[in-house]
Every structure is written in structure tokens, then in C-alpha cells.
Design a protein around this ligand. Structure first.
Ligand code: FAD
Length: 511
């Protein structure tokens, strides 16, 4: 394991005298300049391998010098930030500084060995799957894969049931004759190997299909969704129901993508390889807001009392329900009522990026939440969070497969057993229970799932407007875009942004 110490905290006073093309007024080159392409090989996994670019407990000068030399600053070392950083360094020949607030790289895909020697995921179980050949080939440069087909069973009153609900599931819950009739009717209506949203079954006039739809709705979907999103049944938006599929076949795999598996040595190792490049510097344990801020580039706005960023902090969101219904909305904590300058002042787009209080003219790729970057002036963007409870047992396995969903009882939504994902056989095993929680923005609490409804998306767009005029500012990733993306989608988006930035000419304004 590579361990990362925290950076020293830096203040504006640590800004260097010299500067670089990244800054508006000069040049300094503190990076290695050789161009390296192809796979970054040869790592032994020893921390010393990364001493060149993983900065651990370095001096203030180290950070200030790196920032002064940077062509590209990337905020966040998850998939979005790490892939973009690699592309900028390798394809674009840019000097890249990555700032990560957590004490490690990998974002939510971070994994590490627990005390029992089991490789566990610290921010939810992550199974890689994609149909995107480019993404798979790209990541395959940085890791070998362990073939793994994820299976999920729902525990329905003690009966383990494959999900997505398929023909095997039907046979576990309906008498044989009825099960055969339902299966035949599904095949007649939708054909084999189709994924049919249960809304289609519920809208059907066929009694058999309706019976199946009701069973799945109650036993697989309803209670699970209430736990996941903190909703009452009435608050569940019908459009969410629409997405729950029934599979007209017997394939018990949760994902049926062309490429699926786990990085053989774990995600963190994959990230170490991604970020190991002579033109990349990674600073962990540093909130980018300590060194980056935005202003209007004029004298008036440099008066802090006139800058809406410094107005009274809005209150926290109440933890109401989400999910297209009456969930918490950004306006719950908006500040317009306290704003004597009116919303025009609050909505005024930033005109300059300041890094260590000096104008920055390079590219800033931001993969964190926009509301925090604008000091929550329109309130917190609503999210669901999760708590995780780990348990280790002195036996080979506890569950029958990688994940069991608890769809009719229990406070947790699901349990994942990591030894299925890793293939480790140590005579002991570690499981993880997931407890959904309201996200209240407390220190250390992680926003996991954006709560998407029209009001929250409008609040996000309002935040986005603040950054829309900035040259060289780009939002990328699940937080910065306020969306749910799988890992492969994020890698694809990062590669596409890199295509635009480093292969096909410059973009002037934020993406
Ligand atoms: C519970 C759960 C399970 C999932 N399972 C799967 C799965 O099985 N398969 C799959 O494909 N996808 C899965 N996903 C989705 C996957 O987590 C995302 O696709 C992926 O994490 C997105 O990467 P990202 O870089 O956009 O965000 P993140 O991984 O969240 O990375 C963003 C990084 O930015 C850092 N950051 C934010 N603000 C700042 C700041 N101000 N200064 C410095 N650093 C900052 C954060 O600390 C974080 O490390 C799952 C998601 C969740 C929530």
C-alpha cells in the first residue's frame, strides 16, 4: 500500500515570486520535461516508486512551486480527474497538478486492505463493466483484470432471488404452473433476452403480467427505494418505477456488458499507475479552495464586503425526501432572502481564476461540487449519503454471492462481500452493510447520489452560470456535473474532454 500523508496547509502568502505560463505574468519550470508515452510500467508498488510525483507532507514551497509551474490544475483524483490529468500530461504535454482533499487518490473507487487482509472498498462497492471498447482498452494500459461477473440476489422474506428479476426469480416465487404461464406470456409479449421496465407491465391489461408487476413492485422495488432515497411510498416518482427492469431470460448476472471485471490489484493501484507520470504532481489532503478562488477582476469586487461569496452562510438543508418528488431542494437553504444586493449580484459570473491569489491563465479542471466552490450561495445541492459498516468473519463466505439486496426488511439496503469481488481465499471474509442517510453537508460526510428533480437541476444550472464565462474552467465528473455516472461513463467523458482540449484545439469557455 502506498500511504499518503497530508499536505501542509498553504496560504496566499506562500505564493512564489516567480511565475509560469499557467500564471498570467511569466514562466518557471519546476517539472521534469521529458515526454513519456505508452504504459507507465515498472512499478513494484513500493511507495518509493511514486516519490517523484506523489507529494506527501511536502513543504509549502513544493505546492506553491508546482502551482506556479502548472499548465493544468485538476481538482479531484477520482476517475474524472485522474484520467484527465494523465491525458493532459501524456497527450497534451502539459504540466499538471492534481489537488485532492482526501488523504488518498481514487475518489469513490478507492480501495485498501483491511486488518484481515481483505481488499475492501471504502466508498461503496465498485464493479467495473462497460460496452465501451475505448474505455476498456484505455484502462487496460494501467491494470490487469480479474474476470468477475457480479451477481445480486434480493432477500425476499428469506428467499434469495436473482435481480434483475428473471425467469429463475419467477420460479422461486410462483407455483410451477403459474410460473410457466407467466414466462410464456413474457416471451410472447416481449421476446427473449429483453429488459422490460416494470412500468410496461403495470400498464398492461394482461392479468398475468400485472400480477408479476405488482409482485416485483412490492417485493423488489418499493421498500428498497424508500430506504435508498428516504421517501414515503407516496413520494416515489412513477418515472423511477419505470427504470426497474424484468429480464426475459435466465442469465443471473447483474451486468451483461461486453467487458466486466475487477482491476486485479485493486482500483488504488490502477490510479497509482494512471497518475505516475513525470509531468503530473499529486497533492493529497488539500482542499483546492485553500489555493483557488474566483473573482471579478476589478477593484470593486476585490472588496470582500461586496463579494457575495462572503455573505452570511445559508442554513443547511432539511432532510426531506428526494427522487423526483418532494425531496429536499436547493432553495430550502437559499440565501436570496438575506441578499440586499438582490439575485443579480449573486448571479454575476466570475471573471477570473486566482491560484494562490494570482490570476491563473492555464486550465482548471474541476471535479468537485460546484455549490461548495461558490460557498453555497444558493444553498447546498441536495444529495443522499451513505454510512458503511464492515464485519469480518472467520469463514470462507457469509453470503451466497457478491451482493444481497434487502428489499422487504432491514435498515441497510444491501450487503456486499468483498472476497467474491477479489477472489481472495484466506479462510476469512469481510462484508459491508450500506445505510442510506440524508446528506447534511457535515464535515467529512460524502455526497454520493445527486437527487435529481427539476428544482435541484435548476439550482445546479444557476451555480454553473457563475463559472460559464471563465476561460479555461471545465467541469467534469459526477459531482461537478451533478449527475450519476458509472465509472466507464466518467472515463469516457474524461477522454472526450481531453480529445477536445488536447487534440482538436482549444476550448475558450467551460464545458
Ligand atoms: C455507492 C456507490 C457505488 C457505485 N458503484 C459503482 C459500480 O459498481 N460501477 C460503476 O461503474 N460505478 C459505480 N459508482 C459510480 C462511481 O463511483 C463514479 O462513476 C465515479 O466515482 C465518478 O468519478 P469522479 O471522479 O467523477 O468522482 P469521485 O470519485 O467522487 O472523485 C471526485 C474527487 O474530487 C475530490 N474533491 C472534491 N472537491 C474537492 C476540493 N475542493 N478539493 C480537492 N479535492 C476535491 C473528492 O474528494 C473526490 O476524491 C458507484 C457510486 C456509488 C455512490
Amino acid at each position: 500500500m502506498v500511504s499518503y500523508a497530508k499536505n501542509n496547509r498553504h496560504s496566499a502568502s506562500s505564493a512564489p515570486e516567480a511565475s509560469h505560463p499557467g500564471f498570467a505574468d511569466g514562466s518557471v519550470d519546476s517539472f521534469a520535461t521529458e515526454r513519456v508515452s505508452g504504459r507507465a510500467g515498472g512499478s513494484t508498488g513500493d511507495p518509493a516508486d511514486y516519490s517523484a510525483n506523489f507529494l506527501t507532507g511536502d513543504s509549502a514551497d513544493g505546492l506553491a512551486g508546482d502551482l506556479a509551474s502548472a499548465d493544468v490544475i485538476v481538482v479531484g483524483a477520482g476517475f474524472a480527474g485522474a484520467v484527465l490529468a494523465r491525458e493532459a500530461a501524456e497527450r497534451g504535454g502539459q504540466k499538471v497538478v492534481v489537488l485532492e482533499q482526501r488523504p488518498h487518490i481514487g475518489g469513490n473507487a478507492y480501495d485498501e486492505y483491511d486488518a484481515a487482509g481483505i481488499l475492501v472498498h471504502r466508498y461503496g462497492p465498485h464493479i467495473f463493466h462497460t460496452n465501451n471498447r475505448r474505455v476498456f482498452d484505455y484502462l487496460s494500459r494501467f491494470c490487469d483484470w480479474r474476470a468477475y461477473d457480479h451477481e445480486v440476489l434480493a432477500d425476499i422474506h428469506g428467499i434469495y432471488t436473482p435481480v434483475p428479476f428473471n425467469f429463475n426469480s419467477i420460479e422461486r416465487h410462483f407455483e410451477p404452473e403459474l410460473a410457466t404461464s407467466i414466462i410464456q406470456r413474457l416471451l410472447q409479449t416481449f421476446g427473449a433476452d429483453a429488459k422490460v421496465p416494470i412500468i410496461d407491465l403495470r400498464n398492461s391489461s394482461d392479468a398475468l403480467l400485472l400480477q408479476l408487476a405488482d409482485f416485483v413492485y412490492v417485493n423488489v422495488f418499493s421498500y428498497y427505494t424508500q430506504k435508498q432515497w428516504g421517501l414515503t411510498p407516496e413520494q416515489i416518482d412513477p418515472s423511477v418505477t419505470a427504470r426497474v427492469p424484468i429480464y426475459t431470460g435466465r442469465d443471473n448476472r447483474y451486468f451483461t456488458d461486453t467487458y466486466q471485471g475487477m482491476p486485479r490489484n485493486g482500483y488504488t493501484k490502477l490510479f497509482e499507475e494512471l497518475l505516475k507520470h513525470p509531468r503530473i504532481r499529486v497533492h493529497v489532503g488539500l482542499d483546492a479552495q485553500e489555493v483557488v478562488r474566483f473573482d471579478y477582476g476589478d477593484v470593486e469586487s476585490s472588496d470582500a464586503s461586496k463579494d457575495p461569496r462572503w455573505r452570511e452562510e445559508p442554513g443547511r438543508n432539511a432532510s426531506k425526501g428526494p427522487c423526483g418528488g418532494e425531496g429536499p431542494t436547493a432553495s430550502d437553504s437559499a440565501v436570496e432572502a438575506n441578499d440586499p444586493g438582490g439575485s443579480d449580484a449573486l448571479d454575476r459570473p466570475f471573471e477570473r481564476i486566482l491560484v494562490l491569489e494570482r490570476p491563473f491563465s492555464g486550465k482548471l479542471i474541476y471535479t468537485g461540487p460546484l455549490d461548495l466552490l461558490a460557498d453555497k450561495r444558493f444553498g447546498l445541492l441536495p444529495y443522499r449519503s451513505l454510512d458503511f459498516v464492515y464485519k469480518t468473519y472467520e469463514q470462507k463466505h457469509v453470503l451466497p454471492c457478491g451482493t444481497v439486496n434487502y428489499t422487504v426488511d432491514k435498515e441497510y439496503t444491501r450487503i456486499t462481500e468483498f472476497t467474491y469481488l477479489t477472489g481472495q481465499e484466506l479462510g476469512r471474509t469481510t462484508i459491508m452493510e450500506e445505510y442510506p442517510r440524508a446528506f447534511e453537508g457535515a464535515v467529512g460526510q460524502i455526497p454520493y447520489y445527486a437527487i435529481l428533480n427539476s428544482e435541484n437541476e435548476a439550482a445546479y444550472e444557476r451555480y454553473r452560470g457563475l463559472f460559464a464565462k471563465l476561460d479555461g474552467f471545465f467541469t467534469l465528473g459526477r459531482l461537478a456535473e451533478y449527475r450519476y455516472y458509472n465509472m466507464d461513463q466518467i472515463v469516457a467523458r474524461a477522454l472526450e474532454l481531453a480529445d477536445r482540449l488536447f487534440s482538436f484545439g482549444e476550448l475558450r469557455h467551460g464545458a
